[in-house]
Write a protein that binds this ligand. Structure first.
Ligand SMILES: [Zn+2]
Length: 238
């Protein structure tokens, strides 16, 4: 089966895989006026696949009017500088991750995780630096295709956000949760504060949505909220 360059999730909402079939995902949200908002830009080499994904939904880089980033890790913002250059669109990122974006460096890993420091030295965590035109804050409602809500879910990184597209009830979890062989926590080693990741994810059980979309793994379209809530409830029982 051929790899789809763009997967429809709801009217005007598409997943654009930038690695594998759903290993790393970007998203495109298309407004009534045809303007495109991109969510995340993949690794440094991802922009070509993002452009192919846009073409598959009849869009051109020039149609992109805004780029929203879930957090400053190289597999999400590695292509940000290049996508901004190709589209001319401004970049939005939570204020707490802005210094890392401007330095072109990931936030630190969790110091309680054994080997984190060594790992940080081996894997550079670096990406092409970029300027953030719009620093985001928790609760912001972005004027994107009828309204995109910013939900600050720090822990994975200080400024990590999940995004709720209210009109279509699609939740983009970002790296707050993975859906790789089932709903699971992000890799501990890559979290700035793993415990905080687990604490703040609970808000994802309280939001209203029908589709849970992940930056790592395929979407859940059936009983999405119940499945996320079921996963989060396991933690409270531990
Ligand atoms: Zn990440």
């Amino acid at each position: 089966m051929a790899r789809a360059p763009a997967v429809p999730l709801a009217p005007g909402v598409w997943r654009i895989p930038t690695a594998g079939r759903a290993m790393i995902n970007s998203y495109a949200l298309v407004g009534d006026d045809g303007a495109v908002t991109l969510v995340d830009c993949g690794v440094k080499r991802a922009p070509a696949r993002i452009v192919r994904g846009l073409a598959a939904i009849g869009k051109h880089p020039a149609d992109v009017t805004r780029i929203v980033l879930t957090h400053a890790h190289p597999d999400h913002v590695g292509g940000a500088a290049e996508v901004a250059r190709r589209t001319g669109a401004p970049l939005a990122l939570h204020a707490a991750d802005v210094p890392y974006a401007e330095a072109g460096n990931s936030p630190p890993g969790d110091p309680t995780v054994g080997g984190a420091r060594l790992f940080a030295r081996l894997s550079s965590g670096r990406f092409p630096a970029f300027e953030v035109a719009q620093p985001l804050a928790d609760g912001d409602l972005l004027d994107v295709a009828g309204g995109l809500r910013v939900v600050h879910t720090p822990g994975h990184s200080p400024g990590h956000v999940s995004l709720l597209h209210e009109p279509t009830r699609v939740l983009i979890t970002g790296d707050a949760l993975f859906n790789v062989a089932g709903v699971r926590w992000p890799v501990k080693l890559f979290c700035t504060d793993f415990q905080m990741t687990q604490l703040t994810a609970h808000v994802l059980g309280e939001l209203e949505y029908d589709v849970a979309a992940f930056t790592h793994g395929p979407e859940i379209t059936d009983q999405a909220r119940e499945r996320v809530r079921g996963f989060l409830a396991r933690l409270s029982r531990e």
